[in-house]
Design a protein around this ligand. Sequence first.
Ligand code: FO1
Length: 325
Amino acid sequence: MKQSRNIVALSGGVGGAKLALGLSKVLAPDELTIVTNTGDDFCHMGFPVSPDLDTVMYTLAGLNNTELGWGLKNESWQFMDALEVLGGETWFRLGDRDIATHTYRREKIAAGLNLQQLTEQLCLALNVQHRLIPMSNDSVATQVFDGSDWLDFQDYFVRRQCAPTVTGIRFNGIEQAALSEGFEQALAAVSEIESDTGNALKAVLICPSNPFVSVDPILKLPTVLPKLKQCSAPVIAVSPIVNGQAIKGPTAKMMAALDMPVSALGVANYYRDIIDGLVIDHADADAVSEIEALGIRVKMANSIMISEQDKIALANDCISFAEQL
Ligand code: FO1
């Protein structure tokens, strides 16, 4: 009998979306649940924007803008150009087609749907067959401290291009936020001890996203860490740091500012109480013994995903690693 698999991927920004695509190519829709960070979400000019959900959704739909790393391909910017003429805020760019998504989201929220329900409808419309679930339907707003002020995440990440040195991070509302129903169900399914369904492969996969601002909002939601600790399935992370560099975004800069070694070992230490295994790049082979000394198993892989084949190969490496743990 074909072994069924049940993988729950925790995903943040662009790195997470790339691995999510690879996983979607090797796992059937009922074998994969992608839970995304919503700490980057904000309401901008009346539009509710969910960057990490939309980036994964567009990527799985094959509609993502690969030059920008976010938004839609074949986009046009008439709205932004017209807004510029009026002197409106143009630091956060909303493409004409992308605005349809934000407008649809605003209408569905006004109609009483929660983020998970409206995301389900968006995925249906875009023919995304794998389960894409927000971590919570409640507001969790990431802010970073630059030494004197707390900055909203998009203000830091986009408006200020990650220039400020981050010495603190908080997730407003996280203490009161509940897991989305889909996230609860995914964690329950991946934790239950096998009964009659044979040796189904189960695993929780932390995608190569920024641990502090893209993964932590998910892990620090109430009950998530205790559930992962008692989870019978292996918890695996893919290092977002390769050879001392972040593949994309401010991860390396943040780790340095937070006095963390900018290395695969630094990532292993950060996740040491949560993960059973860490996937690192071949470039970090010299870190294997130190990471294993933490009690974390290591899998070497090519973790720099350029082509779709790279994404599929890394997804397969993660799955075979889970089978070994
Ligand atoms: N990132 C930018 O660097 N500049 C932008 O103007 C921008 C607009 C934008 C619009 C919609 C969306 O879903 C994402 C957008 N992003 C933009 C990316 C976004 O800031 C990041 O994807 C995440 O918040 C970090 O992972």
